[in-house]
Design a protein around this ligand. Structure first.
Ligand SMILES: O=C1O[C@H](COP(=O)(O)O)[C@@H](O)[C@H](O)[C@H]1O
Length: 247
């Protein structure tokens, strides 16, 4: 098993949270890759395919490269995996801020075998039109009814946001166009209930600058990441310093 230094499991109010604390960001990527490989295999054996929603930002880059590395990649039945970009900024895929661009660069373009599909947002100037097209393509995965995700891989912003669900904003249902409150930046995102319905949620958080937000989540403060309970968290020692106090 990859380098998890400490493990906590917390069962309260009918929810279970697990915290895997590793030494550093590379060890977090190793531990999360092992967990994802297990979840993907289970979903494919049980449902014939795995619907995997992917986090954007910078933290998952090392995990994506690890999943694409020969030793890990060979353990994943990629033709039965559907990759779904969990949230996106309103930028073209070749823009440095594009989550899909990051996922292509660190994961998709390195895979020896193509996955079943990559579902992205295809923004061309109108966020709602992109959301409508994405919703249609998502539902088409199951003959017209939005399917249940098998795994949602999520990140944690310094303000406690996850995907593009921001604090002090209404948590949109389904799939939605949203506005990032602090700077008015438009985004497109899987909504709270779509992520909450996933069969498994895996969060990543690395670095000292995530410690405050992670501590608030583990205290139960009302934040979008807190609201997605029943999750496994993969974090490094630097991010865990306040979460540890809550265990
Ligand atoms: O805005 C976003 O931020 C979060 C966290 O990103 P990170 O680089 O701080 O890990 C990310 O999970 C989300 O997909 C992204 O759009």
């Amino acid at each position: 098993m990859a380098a998890v230094r400490r493990f906590f499991s917390d069962n309260k109010n009918a929810m279970t949270r697990k915290l895997h604390v590793s030494d550093d960001a590379d060890s977090v990527a190793c531990a999360a890759a092992e967990a994802l490989i297990v979840h993907l295999g289970h979903a494919i054996r049980t449902h014939g395919r795995a619907l995997l929603a992917l986090a954007g930002g910078r933290t998952p880059e090392a995990l994506y490269r690890r999943l694409a590395a020969p030793a890990q990649s060979a353990r994943i039945d990629w033709p039965h995996v559907v990759l779904i970009v969990g949230d996106e900024r309103c930028v073209p895929v070749d823009h440095p801020d594009s989550n899909e661009g990051m996922i292509r660069h660190h994961l998709l373009d390195r895979l020896p075998t193509a996955p079943a599909a990559l579902l992205g947002w295809h923004y061309h100037g109108d966020p709602q039109a992109a959301v409508n097209a994405f919703s249609h393509a998502f539902a088409a995965l199951d003959g017209g009814v939005a399917p249940r995700l098998d795994i949602a891989l999520l990140g944690l912003g310094r303000d406690g946001h996850t995907a593009s669900l921001f604090p002090q904003q209404p948590c949109p249902p389904g799939i939605a166009a949203v506005t990032h409150a602090p700077d008015g930046q438009p985004r497109m995102t899987l909504g709270h209930d779509t992520l909450a319905a996933a069969r498994a949620r895996l969060f990543l958080a690395c670095g000292r600058d995530k410690a405050h937000a992670l501590g608030l989540v583990w205290q139960g403060t009302d934040l979008p990441a807190t609201a997605l309970a029943n999750a496994e968290w993969f974090v490094d020692e630097a991010a865990a310093i306040h979460a540890d106090d809550e265990m």
